[in-house]
Design a protein around this ligand. Structure first.
Ligand code: GL4
Length: 827
């Protein structure tokens, strides 16, 4: 289905919402869609037929949603994101259509277990971590809120790599998520768009005698759109996610082929298709590679053209564009969309520059997702000029005009001009994409209160001084559908029994549970839910990885990308320290609550320190788990390939959520929200959204530790010397020495030497400075956990007070503060 301009015919009718209706349709799909009989159908056949059947239930709603939105001429959000970490689709679609029970029963009547088919789905891992998952949560919320939105992105043939461990070291495998069929996508080759690259620009005089520039590109690719349904929760709405796949404009050169040079003949095809071949597995550290810039331009050029030519009516006056669209830039990855829209308006539509700029500025808004300086994208001028010469010219002009304005406001302030220029001169001449986004965007937002403040004060201070009103905050959120209702059915039932089902679309209503924290019977039920979720996790890990979890232990979980600033190393030091204190006889293991330490983390394939840390966790785990002296007290598990699917079972089982990044480094975090909503208590620093979680759940229900951002700043400015902490703290010294001794590497001192020496001599993220505070906080955790009733009370309050972290709320904030769009409710 494309949102083309043809008059909509009457929408199709969905199959009957009954067991009978479902079974009939399912068998029809099996027979005529898959071409097999029930007897001969493989599990994959059954899964594909099921997915297509469920899809049919959504189809009429999809067509209807598109029609309504078009008729209403409503303002749409175009969410431009290089990543969408969607997770599995089947369950979400069943939930949206309220079909779960019907399907379960219908399949059972055919002797098929829904659970088996569910397991067949490979999740589309088209994102790295928080940023990509956030995009998926946002489009879920907008659909549920009936707000018109098109998600635009890239249909990577290979998503985030599949992680395996070989001798504890990460080994990456290609993620072939499309191999067994892709029943959720709708390719539209007929709606393909051509995108140009390379070449040069030239000056010419147009028919009206006006001097103009134009782009003379040298090569092109086709972007083929693949549509995905984004169903709202039981509201009859289905929005669209449109991902672009790159194809060659000409399949191959027949002349070369005929001369027998087969490989050479398809070279251009391979070249073009490479653009959407694979997701860059970097998170918070962009790769300044040409292919990445190609990906970025490819998908935004396709998306803008699609919106202007296919979504808007043919006679639409683009001067009114800001009334119909807001392009939300998900970090800097899609920022090249700014000069692209200018190019369309100025070069193709022949508008005046100022006229085009006035419209463009109203069409974009920019979300920054980081604070790490190395994560702020810059493109070398040489590279950008080679790939997109006209865009570079446009960027120069935007910069000249902007700097002229600044010079007027601050006469003689040369330094300021240099600081604010889109073009950086050192270490090489390059384009600062965050500056371009800030200058072009109608609004700039950070993703948690603290982050937005640091963004204003530290990352873009000149800009926030220049445009104080441009800057705002929208604290991130997560979708309660996937991360509570689907991931935690037992808790969902308990909540619904207590306060009714309204919380699923109005998460603030969880507050109504607060008094139940004091109800002993309710607390017992709540504990039963946790125990049930632990069993469910235990069964999954057994099946998936052959990992056995001990029966009754505190589940302490740290899941997130492996990054030094997130400080998985601090967690390891805690475990090693406990282990060392037990085996040295200092600590009696029977005096602490038994704990399972669970990790999940992928490291960027080129990030050596991160990969070493993964190996260290695995090696520590191996030694600890095999040592009878700590048996029962300490267990370390690290299931490979942490992804959305695993998160959905792991998070609901957790007792303790580890959010221990160095203050001032984690922009927001969203895992932290998922844990709190599922009744885990947080041990965390004053960082990102942890700050707001703590404010909401209350100090007494949160384990805070560590330096605060100004202290971090002061310590670093004064000259931080980690070795001093090592020398002054015997517990820390013994833990580090144990690692250095090779105890976790079969006596080999060299294996983890880089980690040890990094900690002692560099320690960019102040692990050693926060070590003692972290241990003290962990002691408080142990103490609190011993009081089962009080712990449960805190856990319930975490759930009840975390409703703010719904992505629905985040979307309302975007609407209020940035987009000024509204739901389409009329018929
Ligand atoms: C991230 C931040 O690191 C993370 O704190 C934040 O929650 C997320 C969504 O806003 O964006 N930025 C990058 S890059 N990857 C992320 O996960």
């Amino acid at each position: 289905m494309t949102e083309n301009r043809a008059n909509s015919t009457a929408p199709a009718t969905a199959p009957q919402h009954s067991v009978e209706g479902f079974v009939k349709e399912f068998l029809r799909e099996l027979h005529y869609g898959q071409g097999v009989t029930l007897e001969r159908a493989s599990v994959n056949d059954q899964y594909l037929a099921l997915a297509r059947t469920v899809r049919e239930y959504l189809m009429a709603r999809w067509l209807e949603t598109v029609r309504r939105q078009r008729d209403a001429q409503a303002k749409s959000v175009a969410y431009l994101s290089a990543e969408y970490l969607l997770g599995r689709q089947l369950d979400n679609a069943l939930l949206a259509t309220d079909l779960s029970e019907i399907v379960e029963e219908g399949l059972a009547s055919l002797g098929i277990e829904l659970g088996t088919l569910r397991e067949q789905e490979v999740e589309p891992g088209l994102g790295n971590g928080g940023l990509g998952r956030l995009a998926a949560c946002f489009i879920d919320s907008l659909a549920t809120m009936s707000v018109p939105c098109i998600g635009y992105g890239i249909r990577y043939e290979y998503g985030i790599f599949r992680q395996t461990f070989v001798d504890g070291f990460q080994v990456e495998k290609a993620d072939s998520w499309l191999t067994l069929g892709a029943p959720w996508e709708f390719p539209h080759p007929e709606a393909a768009v051509t995108v140009h690259f390379g070449g040069s620009t030239e000056r010419y005089t147009d028919d009206d005698g006006v001097e103009r520039s134009r782009w003379v590109p040298t090569w092109d690719v086709r972007g083929v759109p693949y549509n995905y349904m984004v169903p709202g929760y039981q509201n009859g709405r289905v929005n669209t996610l449109r991902l672009w796949s790159a194809q060659a404009t000409e399949a191959f050169d027949l002349a070369i082929f005929n001369s027998g040079e087969y490989v050479e003949a398809v070279r251009s095809q391979t070249f073009a298709e490479n653009i959407s071949k694979v997701l860059y597995p970097e998170d918070s550290t962009p790769q300044g590679k040409e292919l990445r810039l190609q990906q970025q331009y490819f998908f935004v050029a396709c998306s803008i053209r699609d919106f202007v030519e296919n979504v808007l009516p043919a006679d639409f006056d683009l001067h009114n564009l800001p009334e119909r669209i807001i392009f939300q830039l998900n970090d800097t990855h899609p920022v090249i969309a700014v000069p692209e829209l200018m190019r369309i308006l100025v070069d193709e539509k022949k508008w005046d520059w100022d006229e085009a700029w006035a419209v463009t500025q109203k069409c974009f808004a920019y979300t920054c997702h980081t604070l790490l300086p190395e994560a702020l994208e810059v493109w070398p001028v040489a590279l950008l000029g080679k790939l997109l010469p006209r865009h570079l010219e446009i960027i120069y002009r935007i910069n000249d005009d902007f700097l002229a304005e600044v010079a007027q406001r601050y006469p003689g302030d040369e330094l300021r001009l240099r600081r604010m220029s889109i073009i950086a001169e050192h270490p090489e001449r390059s384009v600062r994409m965050a500056f371009l986004a800030t200058i072009a965007g109608s609004k700039v937002n950070g993703v948690a209160e603290l982050h937005s403040q640091l963004l204003r004060d530290k990352v873009l201070p000149d800009f926030s001084e220049y445009w104080p009103d441009k800057f705002t905050n929208v604290t991130n959120g997560v979708t309660p559908r996937r991360f509570v209702r689907l991931a935690n059915p037992a808790l969902s039932d308990l909540i619904t029994d207590a306060i009714g089902p309204g919380w699923i679309t109005d998460l603030g209503r969880l507050r109504e549970m607060e008094p139940l924290a004091d109800d002993q019977e309710f607390r017992e039920k709540f504990r039963a839910v946790k125990a049930h979720n632990k069993h469910r996790l235990s069964a999954l890990l057994q099946r998936r990885d052959g990992i056995t979890l001990p029966g009754d232990a505190m589940l302490d979980v740290m899941v997130k990308r492996l990054h030094e600033y997130k400080r998985q190393t601090l967690k390891v030091l805690h475990i090693v320290s406990l282990y060392e204190r037990i085996v040295s006889g200092e600590l009696d293991p029977t005096t602490i609550p038994p704990r399972v330490f669970a990790f999940g983390a992928k490291a960027a394939p080129g990030y050596k320190m991160a990969k070493q840390t993964i190996a260290l966790i695995n090696h520590v785990g191996r030694v600890v788990n095999a040592d009878p002296r700590v048996k029962g007290a300490l267990t370390v598990v690290f299931p490979p390939n942490y992804n959305v699917t695993l998160a959905e079972t792991l998070i609901p089982a957790a007792d303790l959520s580890e959010q221990i990044s160095l203050a001032g480094k984690e922009a927001s975090g969203t895992g932290n929200m998922k844990f709190a909503l599922n009744g885990a208590l947080t041990i965390g620093t004053d960082d990102g959204a942890n700050v707001e979680i703590r404010e909401l759940v209350g100090d007494e229900n949160f384990f805070l530790f560590g330096l605060v951002e100004p202290e971090v700043d002061a310590l670093v400015t004064a000259g931080y010397r980690p070795a001093e902490f090592y020398e002054e703290n015997a517990t820390l010294r013994r833990a580090i020495d144990l690692i250095a001794s090779g105890a976790f590497a079969g006596g080999d001192r060299t294996v983890f030497e880089p980690i040890v020496s990094n900690l002692l001599h560099e320690d960019r993220f102040l692990v050693l400075a926060d070590f003692q505070a972290y241990l003290d906080a962990q002691d408080r955790v142990d103490e609190a956990y011993r009081d089962t009733e009080a712990w449960t009370r805190s856990a319930i309050l975490n759930v009840a007070r975390s409703g703010f972290f719904s992505s629905d709320r985040a979307m309302w904030d975007y609407i209020d503060r940035i987009w000024h769009s509204r739901p389409v409710v009329s018929r």
